[in-house]
Design a protein around this ligand. Structure first.
Ligand SMILES: O=C(O)CCC(=O)C(=O)O
Ligand SMILES: [Fe+2]
Length: 348
């Protein structure tokens, strides 16, 4: 494989779970993770659940505005809840999407002397209708086990023990329901970004298209819909714990022009309390064992992950900065001093 890519590889989960085909499929997985950082995962066994959940999305988004507003993300220091069209910013531009953010069930931290970023893990807000909570809970439970099984397979694909990455898992995974209404040609559904809240993203998109990923030559490569598949991409958490060898990939969504697009991303959470020193140590340990050329290892060290920057004391702090800048209305309400500081840094 060359160091760039022009299409997205497909990995068959059924073959990864079958002892007779596993070894060959792990090699494909390794290449997909190293070279592209994006892949289609097919045959996950979750196709019926994915379809049922997609079928429910138009109904969820058509709940009355006042019902959706009651669960507005502005109520939540954990950045969980409903976001109206036009309230989110990526790469300094407004995104054209409406969404609900949910998380696996965790209690809010109660003591005031906890670091600020502990606020990122907290309870979800559900629109009043109990059916929404049921859909979300079922989906989160299924993805919880698929994503952890996948993480172990990634360890094996890199010739590391399957449990290598278990200790990096966070307490909360995130899930979003997203709606992109039709817009004028060329507008941003969501602008260029790397996912920052965890280790891997597992995204189900409908049949509309518009998702694109940036390759190393700077070309945007389309990620066309593949029915029943999950698009898996590396997040900044995994990039950091592999010392940048497995890089998070920049992606975006071009807004649709004549139909509505829906998607369901699931974000496998990373431990928020990992400090820079722990990260550097683990990255060095993992990097040493990953069977890649010295050249690639050198490059990884030369171009360190954003999360390995001395600017942040730990993952949680880096993640909070990203969230505050993406959702300024939530940032201003719950973290006004940080909002002030971070937005001045971006402008300055
Ligand atoms: O909607 C999509 O297909 C991608 C969404 C995405 O990249 C995100 O929300 O992080
Ligand atoms: Fe993303």
């Amino acid at each position: 494989m060359s160091s760039s890519f022009s299409s997205i590889p497909t990995i068959d989960y059924g073959r990864l779970k079958n002892p007779t085909t596993k070894a060959a499929e792990l090699i494909k997985l390794r290449d997909a993770i190293f070279v592209v950082g994006f892949l289609y995962l097919v045959d996950s066994g979750l196709e019926p659940l994915i379809k049922r959940t997609h079928d429910a999305l138009p109904w969820v988004f058509s709940l009355p505005a006042e019902v959706k507003e009651k669960s507005n993300m502005r109520n939540s220091p954990a950045f969980l809840g409903y976001t109206q069209l036009g309230s989110e910013t990526t790469a300094a531009q407004t995104d054209l999407r409406e969404q609900f953010d949910f998380g696996t069930s965790v209690e809010a931290k109660t003591t005031a002397d906890e670091p600020r970023w502990t606020g990122l893990e907290g309870p979800s807000q559900f629109p009043a209708n109990p059916e929404v909570k049921a859909f979300v809970t079922r989906y989160l439970m299924a993805m919880h086990s698929l994503s952890r099984s996948f993480l172990r397979l990634v360890g094996e694909s890199l010739s590391l023990p399957p449990t290598t990455f278990d200790g990096f898992l966070g307490d909360m995974d995130r899930l979003k329901f997203v709606k992109y209404p039709p817009a004028a040609p060329g507008l941003q559904g969501v602008g260029p970004h790397k996912d920052s809240t965890g280790l891997f993203t597992f995204l189900s998109q409908d049949n509309v298209g518009g998702l694109e990923v940036l390759n190393k030559d700077g070309d945007w490569i389309p990620v066309p819909p593949v029915e029943g598949s999950l698009v898996v991409n590396i997040q900044q958490g995994f990039e950091a714990i592999t010392g940048g060898i497995c890089g998070a990939t920049t992606h975006r969504v071009i807004a649709p022009t004549d139909v509505t697009r829906y998607s369901i991303p699931f974000f496998l959470g990373v431990r928020l309390d990992l400090t820079l020193d722990q990260l550097k140590e683990s990255a060095a340990h993992i990097t040493a064992k990953i069977p890649v050329t010295d050249d690639r290892k050198k490059r990884a060290v030369d171009v360190p992950s954003e999360f390995l920057s001395p600017q942040y004391s730990c993952f949680g702090e880096a993640q909070l900065r990203n969230r505050v800048l993406s959702h300024p209305d939530v940032g201003k309400r719950w973290y006004p001093d940080l909002y002030e500081r971070y937005s001045n840094e971006v402008l300055g």
